[in-house]
Design a protein around this ligand. Structure first.
Ligand code: PPS
Length: 300
């Protein structure tokens, strides 16, 4: 049983989940993304999957609007690798701020956006919680018409945790993704980047929201920040917020018929999944992979 379903399409040295909305082949889609006509006012949210993209997407949208109202564009409809047609983005008024997102590795993001140093919001989450969240995501995607998973998927957690993050997995793996971003920031290849950690946003949301507003060059009163924080809390987003917008598409893909994106929204759920041996092996992997990195993570 392969760790990643064999039917997941391959691009260069990594695989992506199949996106039912695509109207062309994966490599054509990736070419479109590379050549995407970025604008100076665009905000690109870059995350490895399961790092809090939906959450930060909602926050950024509210900050740009200057109001704590849920919008009507869901994260998935502006995720570059899953977009069926770029027409909506191309036709957006010149003066509007387009907020887009992607889980693609840095090398495959829109060239113009990166070269011209347009704004990027980069979210990082500790790799243990990302692994658990990703595993649950895959387990919750049903076999069938939308994502063609083998019928006996998922594989066991034990197998998943051993293979996850090593090299050529989904989206190229967490380690490669985060190390590439870190290096590009150090080299000055990425200039206008706001990096935030999922755990920081969870623990001290208001100072992070304030700094994010400053980065986005928007005025935001303390009252607005508090409102945004409230509307973007896990409880609200999973009940009245984004979860509703995304419901039709996500529910269709879901084994349970529920929106599986909003699972627990906690720091440290990995402790309910990793055995002592799995955790030791994973710690060793982190130590080896991140030996040259200055990134620090919060695991609980
Ligand atoms: S995806 O599918 O890759 O776009 O998923 P992504 O949105 O990046 O990450 C999903 C995880 O983020 C949690 N989440 C939140 N945590 C805290 N607060 C808020 N508001 C919030 N919204 C989403 C979500 O529950 C997933 O994590 P897990 O650990 O699976 O619960």
């Amino acid at each position: 049983m392969p760790y990643i379903p064999e039917r997941f399409p391959r691009y260069k040295d990594y695989v992506l989940p199949p996106f039912p909305s695509l109207t062309c082949g994966l490599s054509e889609q990736l070419d479109k993304i590379k050549n995407f006509e970025s604008r100076e006012s665009d905000i690109l949210i870059c995350t490895f999957p399961k790092s809090g993209t939906h959450w930060v997407n909602e926050v950024v949208n509210m900050l740009i609007k200057g109001s704590a109202e849920y919008g009507n564009v869901s994260k998935n409809t502006v995720m570059l690798e899953g977009i069926g047609s770029f027409e909506g983005l191309d036709n957006a008024p010149e003066k509007s701020t387009r907020i887009i997102n992607s889980h693609l590795p840095l090398a495959d993001l829109p060239e113009k956006h990166i070269k011209n140093g347009y704004k990027i919001v980069h979210v990082i989450r500790n790799p243990k919680d990302v692994t658990v969240s990703f595993y649950n995501h895959l387990c919750n995607v049903k076999n069938g018409e939308t994502l063609e998973l083998p019928t006996d998927y998922p594989i066991s957690w034990n197998l998943f945790v051993q293979h996850y993050c090593r090299g050529e997995e989904l989206y190229g793996g967490w380690f490669k993704y985060e190390k590439t971003f870190e290096k590009a920031k150090e080299n000055g290849e990425l200039s206008d980047v706001f990096t935030l950690h999922y755990e920081q946003l969870k623990r001290e949301p208001l100072p992070i929201l304030k700094s994010l507003a400053a980065f986005l060059c928007v005025e935001a009163s303390d009252e607005l920040l508090e409102d945004i924080n409230d509307k973007c809390s896990f409880d609200k987003m999973s009940t009245v917020g984004e979860a509703n917008r995304d419901n039709a598409a996500v529910k269709k893909m879901s084994v349970t018929g529920k929106n599986f994106i909003y699972r627990k929204g906690q720091i440290g759920d990995w402790k309910n999944w990793f055995t002592v041996a799995q955790n030791e092996a994973f710690d060793l992997l982190i130590e080896t992979e991140m030996k040259d990195s200055k990134l620090k993570f919060t695991y609980q």
